[in-house]
Design a protein around this ligand. Structure first.
Ligand code: GCB
Length: 628
C-alpha cells in the first residue's frame, strides 16, 4: 500500500500553491496520509503547545500580493525574520506585520477565545512561536498537528513544509532537513473559511471553531520507524497485527509485536514495501474488552531501533440479523450524542483529558450509558483513549453532513482523505464499534456514488468494524397510524442502519401521538436511533403551557419517544441528541438560544435538565432488565 496521495492537492486547488510533498496513490484510489504516526503522543519530542503569537489576515495578504504572485517581503507572516531588528538597522524598511510582537494566544484552542472580536471571525490567522531543538544524526523529525480547522500551511524557519485540508484529523510533516540546532521558528497559517466544495460545507448546525484545536508537537523517531501499527482481535479468534515501517531500512526487517501480560509475541518480517502481517491465536487467558470490563493490554511494536508502545483492548464485533454482537453476545447500545466542546460558558474546543472525562462520566455514570456517538466529525484522540479506558462503545464519524458537493471530485478526495486519516489514527481503539460515513444526506445518484466510495474505503482499511450512516426516513399514515421506514438505498450497503427522528420537535405531529408512531423495515439489519430530542433552556419551566424550550416539553418528548422506541423490535441502540447544549451560530432565539443549540440534556455549564433523569431511568431499566 505504498503510498499515499499528497494531502496538499485539494488545498492547492484553492490557493494555487506549489506542491511541496510527493504524491503517490494506493490501489483503490483512497487518499492516504503520507505518514500515519500511530500513537504520536507516545513519541519522543517537544510539545509545542503554549504561548504563540497570532496575526489575523482576512485578505490573505501574507499568501499573495494584491496583483497575485508571491506576497511582498513586508507581508510574509511566515518569514521568521526579526522585523523590529531589521527596521532598527534600516529605518526606511516597510513591514506591515511583526509576528514576534503580535498579540499572544494559548494553543491548542480555537481563536474564538483569543479576543472578543475573534468570536465570529472566519478566515486566515497566522501563528508563530520559537522553540529550541538539538537534531541528532540518524534521527528524523516531524511536526505533528492533532487538528487545525480548516486549511493549514506549516512553515519551519521560513520554509513551507506541508499543507493540509480538513479540520478534525491529524497531520504529520517531515522537517528533518529544515530543523536547525538551537532556535527554530514555526509558523502555521490556519484558514477557517469553507466553501461549497468543503467537508463540511459552510452551513452546519454547530460552531466549527477556527484555529488550532489539538496539540502541536515536534516528534522525533529513528531513521526507520514504525509508522503504522494496527493490532486487533478478529472474528476467527486470531490476534492480528499489520505493521508498516517507514524509512530506508523498511523492507525485509524483523518485526515483533508483544503483549507481555498474555505472554504473547507475534513475529515476522516486512515485505519489500515495509509492511508485515502477523497473526497468532488469541490465548485462552485473553480478557475481552467490553463496557463492563474495559480491559486494556500494554502492547509493544518493535522493529530495528524503534519500539512503539500502545494500550489496546481486544474484542470482536459483528451483526446477526437485527442484533449487534460484542464478543458474540447481543448488546443494546444505551447512548447519547456529543459534540467536541468542553463544559463552560465560553468553550473553544479545548478537549483535555479532564474535559473529556467530565462529559464521558455523565454518560457512563449519570445516564447509565454504554455508548456515545461522537458527532459530527472525528473527535480528539484523548477522548477516544478515555472511551477505551472507561468502557464506552463509540460511533465515529466524518463531517459528510447535509449539503455536500456530491459531483465534485476534489470534494470526494477530501472526504476520502478524512476517512483514511480518521481510521488510521484510531484503528487500535477497542471502543470504536461503528464508522459512520454521513449524516442526513438527501438521496441522489451522485450522493449514492460518493458514499459508496467512502464505504468501500472504510471496508478496505478496516473490515473488523461495522459501517453505518445517519439516514433520513419517510412516514405515511396507514389506518390512522403514522408508519415510518428507512427509504434510502444506501441501507443495502451498511451493516447498521441509523435514523435521526425528531417527531414532537420538528414536523407537525402532536407530542401525544409520538409514542404511537410505528416503524417498519424491509432490512434484516439492526437500527439505531442516532438522534431524537428537543430544545430546552435549563431552568426555564412552563408546566402550564408546556411551551417548546421548557424543560417539561423536552422531558415529554423523551418520554414519548422512548415509549415509541420500546415497540421497535429491530432497534439495537440509540444516541439521542445531545448530551450538552452546544454552540450553533444558526440558533439565535434571543431568550432561549443566544447562539446555542439547546437540545442538551445538560446545559453548557453542566446543569442537568429534567429530561436527563427520564433517559437515565430508561437506561438503568434496560441495563438491569434488558430490552424485552
Ligand atoms: C440534526 C442534525 C444535527 C442538528 C440537529 C438539530 O438532525 O444531525 O446536527 O444539530 O438535527 O438540533 O436540529
Amino acid at each position: 500500500m505504498k503510498r499515499r496521495l499528497s494531502m496538499i492537492a485539494a488545498f492547492c486547488l484553492t490557493l494555487g500553491c506549489a506542491p511541496v510533498a510527493s504524491a503517490q496513490s494506493e490501489a483503490g484510489g483512497a487518499a492516504l496520509p503520507r505518514f500515519v504516526m500511530t500513537n504520536a503522543e507516545a513519541r519522543d519530542g517537544t510539545d509545542l503547545s503554549g504561548t504563540w503569537t497570532y496575526s489575523i489576515d482576512p485578505y490573505r495578504d501574507g499568501m499573495a500580493g494584491f496583483h497575485g504572485g508571491e506576497a511582498g517581503e513586508g507581508h510574509r507572516r511566515y518569514d521568521p525574520r526579526d522585523v523590529d531588528e531589521i527596521t532598527r538597522q534600516d529605518p526606511t524598511a516597510l513591514y506591515e506585520y511583526d509576528m514576534r510582537r503580535s498579540p499572544e494566544a494559548t494553543l491548542p484552542g480555537s481563536w474564538t477565545k483569543h479576543a472578543p472580536e475573534m468570536r465570529h471571525y472566519q478566515g486566515l490567522v497566522w501563528y508563530q512561536r520559537a522553540f529550541d531543538a538539538a537534531p541528532k544524526r540518524g534521527e528524523r523529525a516531524f511536526i505533528r498537528v492533532g487538528a487545525a480547522n480548516y486549511r493549514t500551511q506549516v512553515y519551519l524557519n521560513g520554509q513551507l513544509v506541508g499543507e493540509h485540508e480538513g479540520g478534525f484529523t491529524p497531520f504529520t510533516m517531515e522537517v528533518t532537513d529544515v530543523l536547525k540546532e538551537g532556535e527554530n521558528r514555526i509558523v502555521l497559517g490556519v484558514d477557517s473559511a469553507r466553501d461549497e466544495a468543503s467537508v463540511p460545507p459552510p452551513v452546519t448546525d454547530w460552531e466549527t471553531y477556527g484555529g488550532v484545536t489539538r496539540a502541536i508537537r515536534l516528534v522525533t523517531v529513528p531513521e526507520t520507524f514504525v509508522d503504522d501499527a494496527w493490532v486487533r482481535l478478529e472474528r476467527d479468534g486470531q490476534i492480528r497485527a499489520t505493521v508498516e515501517l517507514e524509512g530506508p531500512g523498511a523492507g525485509g526487517k524483523a518485526v515483533e509485536v508483544g503483549v507481555p501480560e498474555l505472554g504473547l509475541t507475534l513475529s515476522g518480517e516486512t515485505d519489500e514495501t515495509g509492511i508485515a502481517h502477523l497473526a497468532a491465536p488469541a490465548p485462552d487467558a485473553l480478557e475481552r474488552w467490553s463496557p463492563e470490563t474495559p480491559k486494556l493490554y500494554e502492547v509493544s511494536v518493535a522493529a530495528g531501533d524503534d519500539v512503539l508502545p500502545e494500550r489496546i483492548g481486544f474484542r470482536t464485533l459483528s451483526v446477526e440479523g437485527d442484533r449487534i454482537l460484542l464478543n458474540g453476545e447481543p448488546i443494546f447500545l444505551r447512548g447519547i450524542s456529543m459534540h467536541e466542546e468542553e463544559l463552560g460558558e465560553n468553550p473553544a474546543r479545548i478537549m483535555t483529558e479532564d474535559a473529556a472525562r467530565a462529559l464521558l462520566t455523565e454518560i457512563k455514570e449519570g445516564l447509565h450509558g454504554n455508548f456515545v456517538r461522537l458527532a459530527h466529525y472525528p473527535h480528539s484522540e484523548a477522548t477516544l483513549r478515555l472511551a477505551d479506558e472507561m468502557g464506552l462503545i463509540v460511533w465515529s464519524e466524518v463531517p459528510v453532513y447535509w449539503r455536500i458537493d456530491w459531483e465534485n471530485e476534489a470534494t470526494l478526495a477530501v472526504a476520502r482523505g478524512m476517512v483514511a486519516e480518521n481510521l488510521l489514527r484510531d484503528r487500535n481503539r477497542a471502543s470504536i464499534a461503528l464508522w459512520s460515513v454521513a449524516n442526513e444526506t438527501p438521496v441522489s445518484e451522485a450522493r449514492n456514488r460518493f458514499l459508496e466510495t467512502l464505504i468501500g474505503d472504510v471496508r478496505r482499511l478496516d473490515p473488523t468494524r461495522l459501517v453505518t450512516a445517519a439516514l433520513l426516513s419517510e412516514s405515511q399514515e396507514e389506518d390512522g397510524t403514522v408508519v415510518s421506514e428507512i427509504a434510502d438505498p444506501l441501507a443495502a450497503s451498511l451493516d447498521v442502519l441509523a435514523i435521526n427522528t425528531y417527531n414532537g420537535w420538528y414536523g407537525g405531529l402532536p407530542l401525544e401521538e409520538v409514542s404511537e408512531v410505528r416503524w417498519r423495515s424491509v432490512w434484516d439489519k439492526p437500527l439505531i436511533f442516532s438522534e431524537f430530542g428537543a430544545g430546552a433552556l435549563a431552568g426555564f419551566h412552563d408546566p402550564k403551557l408546556e411551551r417548546k424550550f421548557s424543560e417539561e416539553y423536552q422531558a415529554d418528548v423523551y418520554r414519548e419517544t422512548l415509549e415509541m422506541a420500546r415497540e421497535v423490535p429491530f432497534l439495537a441502540g440509540m444516541s439521542p441528541w445531545i448530551l450538552k447544549d452546544f454552540r450553533s451560530p444558526r440558533r439565535q432565539h434571543p431568550l432561549y438560544q443566544q447562539g446555542w443549540n439547546r437540545k442538551g440534556l445538560i446545559s453548557e455549564t453542566g446543569e442537568r435538565k429534567e429530561a436527563f433523569g427520564v433517559l437515565a431511568a430508561e437506561y438503568q431499566r434496560i441495563a438491569e432488565e434488558g430490552r424485552e
